[in-house]
Design a protein around this ligand. Structure first.
Ligand code: FAD
Length: 305
């Protein structure tokens, strides 16, 4: 891919363009090779200038906090874009509305809502991703999802056009939506209801304790690997995995890729798992669950290629 013209781009807001950039430190699994082109875009202006010059010559992938991603060990032959400082602001619009940049971490938005006595966003404190990743995944837990709090999304298409999409025009499903893959989410407006800080704090603490009790902590994971197969069975995915695989068996280890004993839908990179180790473990689980239960598991984590 030709990159000489990209090297000459002058950014006005300190955005950074790197070539052959290591991706393994930019995701929770700590797995992955390099990005042929990596852009840390600090402003909408810099992002637009880059996209105009890049002119759809290759693949584009938007990286949030990297908490739901498995990167390939091969070089990504395109551009990986991460949104930087000007996408990290939050403001209160009125008594129950918040606008947040898409690189803000969900936890920061939950805390902001609590400080401003806006209730309903507590579940965000349990999801380690960014607002952009949460919109893409329709992330959620404990009965709430992004779709329940979203008012509208501001996005940029790969041709540099800015759009505002009201949430009632988006068809959200469990961990997905019909939002085009060719959109970069810039910011989002969320609604809650007026409440008291103390009540919100209690709810956050209660959700966090539930989360800490049920999921592995301080490990290299990307959270739930597979979606609950809600259209095939009422059983949760972890129940199906437990029924199908003896997770203590040595043959469930692929290199350093293992199942978490605390929550078997969480896969862990113990130390130096490669992309192939993790992919082999994923395929092993899929095959065994299908053989035992007839359920075809679908990935929740995003695998780049
Ligand atoms: C310990 C742990 C616990 C977790 N618990 C939960 C949970 O309870 N509920 C849940 O739903 N998920 C959970 N997850 C998964 C993950 O945190 C969520 O899916 C999260 O929303 C991903 O956000 P991210 O910013 O990390 O996205 P990334 O992993 O960086 O990317 C995910 C997807 O979003 C896209 N994307 C990211 N930013 C943008 C943007 N600005 N514009 C367009 N597309 C974008 C990416 O291209 C990719 O397709 C957990 C993960 C971990 C590691």
């Amino acid at each position: 891919m030709k990159i000489i013209d990209l090297e000459k781009i002058k950014f006005s807001d300190d955005s950074r363009l790197n070539f052959d950039h290591d991706l393994s430190k930019l995701n929770w699994f700590n797995i992955g090779g390099k990005a042929k082109i990596f852009l840390l875009a600090n402003s909408l202006n810099d992002l637009s200038v880059f996209l105009k010059t890049y002119n759809n010559r290759g693949k584009v992938f938007i990286l949030g906090a990297g908490s739901n991603i498995l990167f390939d060990d091969h070089t990504y032959e395109g551009v990986i874009i991460k949104l930087g400082k000007n996408f990290n602001n939050i403001s209160k619009l009125n008594e129950n509305l918040i606008i947040s940049g898409s690189s803000c971490l969900d936890k920061k938005v939950a805390d902001f809502a609590m400080e401003n006595e806006i209730e309903g966003l507590e579940f965000l404190s349990c999801i380690p991703g960014s607002i952009g990743g949460g919109i893409r995944m329709n992330a959620g837990c404990y009965g709430r999802e992004f779709k329940d709090i979203l008012v509208s999304v501001q996005a940029l298409d790969f041709n540099g056009k800015v759009l505002t999409i009201p949430s009632d025009k988006i068809n959200f499903k469990y961990r997905s939506s019909n939002l085009s893959k060719d959109l970069i989410f810039l910011s989002a407006t969320f609604k809650g209801k007026v409440s008291l800080k103390e009540n919100i704090k209690k709810k956050i603490n209660s959700l966090k304790s539930q989360k800490d009790a049920s999921q592995p902590l301080r490990v290299k994971t990307s959270g739930s690997t597979f979606k609950n197969p809600i259209d095939q069975t009422n059983k949760k995915v972890w129940e199906l995995i437990k029924e199908s695989i003896d997770i203590n068996e040595a043959n469930t280890m692929f290199g350093d890729a293992v199942l978490s004993e605390k929550h078997c839908n969480f896969l862990i990179n113990k130390e130096k798992a490669s992309f192939n180790d993790m992919k082999n473990l994923i395929n092993f689980i899929k095959e065994n669950v299908y053989k035992k239960t007839g359920v075809n598991l679908e990935l929740e984590i995003v695998i780049t290629s």
